[in-house]
Design a binder for this molecule. Structure first.
Ligand code: APR
Length: 408
């Protein structure tokens, strides 16, 4: 049951001493990676420090790009998505009191976005994992990764009071932005690029039927606002605010009044209102570390890069990362030696998985011309040199990475 926080897989006694791939984190990246590897006959253990209930109920992203939807169907976890996902042909851009429809499907040969909560994706992937019988462990304590530059890297953790160690061929750091894998990489091997934006989003979930079938992005003199949804009965809405906005003065009435002011259009359209189920302030940050590997540790998803929620991109990038990583790991086992494209076991610095460079490209495209500045390493302590600027990534390798991502 998704709500059963006591459910642990596997039982402590069946935790293996050795596996092929040790996966840290049971978010979308870790769970999808485990599933992709399973389909290629590769064993793994997934070690997650939170409870199953927490992982499934956490409110996160909710927009799947076509590539993610296709992947979910292709690997047999798309049945409920097909039934319950809300497919959108396009979006509305609103300004000066009018909404303008952008028919993305018509412009992209039928590709569309699908609204389906990350928690639903995670729920479906957990079910699929349990079905395989391969180990998935919740509520692991003191998770650590070791000997990353050897051929026998290890994952250690505590479960049900006992200490465990699993020797792996490869470790995948899918433990999100605040995980332990990225900080385990020596600072001298990390190049970090980061931009913190001077605004945040005040987001709410409301029990109200969406009043538009597609998202509305509104530019308004009072600040940006976004109308979105999670289901036929739940609306998701955002207001641009200060990055450190105090939620205290934001009563429900004030939030609705501000949303009406920024979103209503001259044709009489406005969001339906209802009880507010949740409110929070999200800061905006772009962050990427490269290379996304150190020895036998490979970072994927939020562990390696985050983008602001403005583009609904993070979950989709995470899926793209593990799709490529699983292919490279499978190639390694198939060929019995280093992967042909050098993605997995190429030694030395400079190895790059598409996602990292892609984010930089992605950010260039998103940033207004005047804001395209060199990226700053985030912390002098972790600085190892700035080898890339956003604008420089408009070169041919950057464009090739972008083309590859579009194909995913
Ligand atoms: N040990 C084990 N697991 C950990 C640890 C740790 N020390 N630290 C964090 N985790 C777990 C988290 O609890 C979480 O379940 O790793 C998982 C990481 O999941 P996400 O943060 O969802 O990251 P990811 O799988 O990369 O998903 C992509 O992009 O834009 C976002 O909302 C989107 O969260 C999504 C993300």
């Amino acid at each position: 049951m998704p709500g059963d926080s006591t459910l642990r897989f596997p039982l402590a006694a069946s935790i293996p001493a050795r596996t092929q791939v040790g996966i840290v984190g049971a978010g979308p990246a870790g769970l999808m990676l485990g599933h992709l590897l399973h389909r290629q006959g590769i064993d793994s253990i997934i070690v997650e420090n939170r409870s199953r209930q927490h992982v499934v109920e956490r409110v996160r992203a909710g927009v799947l790009e076509q590539g993610t939807v296709d992947l979910m169907h292709e690997v047999g976890v798309g049945a409920r998505l097909g039934r319950e996902g809300l497919r959108h042909r396009g979006i509305y851009l609103a300004f000066d009191g009018a909404r303008h429809h952008i028919d993305m499907a018509a412009l992209t040969g039928g590709r569309a976005i699908t609204v389906y909560g990350q928690n639903e994706v995670v729920h479906d992937l957990i079910e699929a994992r349990i079905e395989t019988g391969r180990p998935l462990l919740f509520e692991a304590g003191d998770v650590g990764v070791h000997d990353l530059d050897s051929s026998r890297p290890r994952v250690t953790f505590r479960s049900a009071g006992a200490a465990h160690e699993v020797v792996c061929d490869v470790i995948a750091g899918c433990d999100g932005f605040h995980g332990i894998c990225r900080p385990t990489i020596p600072a001298s091997h990390q190049h970090i690029y980061e931009r913190v934006y001077p605004f945040g989003w005040l987001g709410i979930l409301a029990e109200a039927a969406p009043s538009s079938t597609e998202l509305v992005y509104s530019r308004h003199e009072r600040g940006f606002a976004l109308f979105s949804m999670r289901s036929p009965t739940v609306t998701r809405l955002y207001l641009q605010c200060a990055p450190d906005e105090d939620l205290g003065p934001w009563t429900d009435d004030r939030i609705w009044s501000e949303l009406r002011a920024r979103l209503s259009t001259d044709d009489g359209w406005r969001p339906n209102e209802g009880p507010i189920l949740q409110k929070s302030v999200t800061g905006m940050r772009s962050f990427v570390v490269e290379p996304m590997r150190y020895g036998r540790l490979f970072l994927a998803g939020d562990a390696a890069h985050i983008v602001p929620p403005t583009g609904a991109k993070g979950l989709n990038l995470a899926m793209a990362d593990v799709y490529r990583l699983s292919g490279a790991i499978a190639e390694h086992y198939r060929s019995g030696k280093r992967a042909a494209d050098g993605l997995v076991f190429r030694e030395g610095a400079g190895t790059n998985v598409a996602g990292a460079a892609l984010l930089v490209v992605d950010d260039v495209a998103a940033a207004p011309q005047r804001q395209r500045q060199p990226v700053r390493p985030s912390s002098p302590a972790r600085r190892t040199g700035v080898s890339c600027q956003f604008d420089r990534c408009h070169d041919e390798p950057g464009r090739e990475l972008l083309r590859r991502a579009v194909r995913l």
